[in-house]
Design a protein around this ligand. Sequence first.
Ligand SMILES: Nc1ncnc2c1ncn2[C@@H]1O[C@H](COP(=O)(O)OP(=O)(O)OP(=O)(O)O)[C@@H](O)[C@H]1O
Ligand SMILES: [Mg+2]
Length: 305
Amino acid sequence: MIDTENLTKKFGDSIAVDSVTLHVGRGEVFGFLGPNGAGKTTTVRMLACLVSKSSGSATIGDYEIADRADQPKIRKMIGLLTENVGLYEELSAYDNLDFYGRYYKLGEQERKERIQYLLKLLELWDRKDSAAGTFSKGMKQKLAIARALVHDPEVLFLDEPTANLDPEASKTVRDFILELKKEKRTIFLNTHLLDEAERVCDRVAILKTRLITTGSPQDLRRSLTARKVKIQLQRLDGAVISSVKEMGYQVGEATANSIVVTLKDPEVDNPAILRAVQKAGGNVVFVSEVGSSLEDVYLKLVRED
Ligand SMILES: Nc1ncnc2c1ncn2[C@@H]1O[C@H](COP(=O)(O)OP(=O)(O)OP(=O)(O)O)[C@@H](O)[C@H]1O
Ligand SMILES: [Mg+2]
C-alpha cells in the first residue's frame, strides 16, 4: 500500500532521508522509529505530498507521489497527523472538523455523524463549541487526530499521535488505532514510544537518515544475543539454581525468592526452564522479562550505526 524505493530528501547539502526502501502492506500498522532528526517527519511529509522528494520514488496504492495528477488522489485517500497541528485557532472544534469534512466533500449528514462520533470518542464533545485556540496542548492533539480521520481515510500517517496526551487519552488513541487496523486501514506511525510500537505495530523500522533495520518487534528482539528473564518463586533454594545452571544457562542476581536467568530466546527456552525449576521443587509465582527488550535493540542498533 505504501512502497518506497531509494526515497531521498536533501535540504541544500544535507541529506535528511537517504535511500529509504520500504513496503507497507494493506491493513498493516507500521511503526517508524528513530532518534530526533532521523528523518521520520520528512519521510511522512514526502509520502503525504507536502514536500517534494529529491530522488527515488514512492507510491501510495496505485498513485505516485511525484505525479501531479496523482497528488490530489493521494491527499483524498490519506489522513495525516503532523507535528504542526494545522487547526484554525479561531474556529470551534466542531467547525474545524466541519471545514475539513467539506474540503473532502462529505455530505452534510455524513459530516454530522463523523464529527459527533470522533469528538465523542476523543472526549471533546462537551467542548465542541470552544475555539481551538483556547484548547490545551493535549486537547489540540486530540482535535488534530479527529481532523486526520474525519474523511475515514484508507491510509493514515500519524506523526507521534500520543505526544502531549495523558495516559488515558493515549490509551484511547492506541485502542482506536487497533480498531482501525481491524478495519484493514493501513497505518504509518512515527513514534518515540517503543512500548507503544510494541503494542500496536505489526512491523517496525528504525531510521537514522538511512534505514537501519525493519522487522516485527519479535524479530528485532530475537536479534539480541542476550535477554534476561526473572523467575519469582515462593522460595528459592540451591536445588533450583543448580537445575537451571545444569541446563547451561547463566544465573545471576538471586534473592530469597527470585533468580535472573540470561538466555537468548525466552519464547523458546522458558517452558523447559520452568519445568526444570518445578522438578527441583520450586513453586513459580511470576515470570517476567527484565528491561524492555525492544528498547535494548533500539539503543544497540542506533548506537552502533
Ligand atoms: N524544511 C527544512 N529545511 C531544512 N532542513 C530540514 C527541514 N525539515 C527538516 N529538516 C532537517 O531534516 C532532518 C530530519 O528532520 P525530521 O523532522 O524529519 O526528523 P524526525 O525524525 O521527525 O525528528 P523528531 O523525532 O525530532 O521529530 C533534520 O536534520 C532537520 O533539521
Ligand atoms: Mg518528527
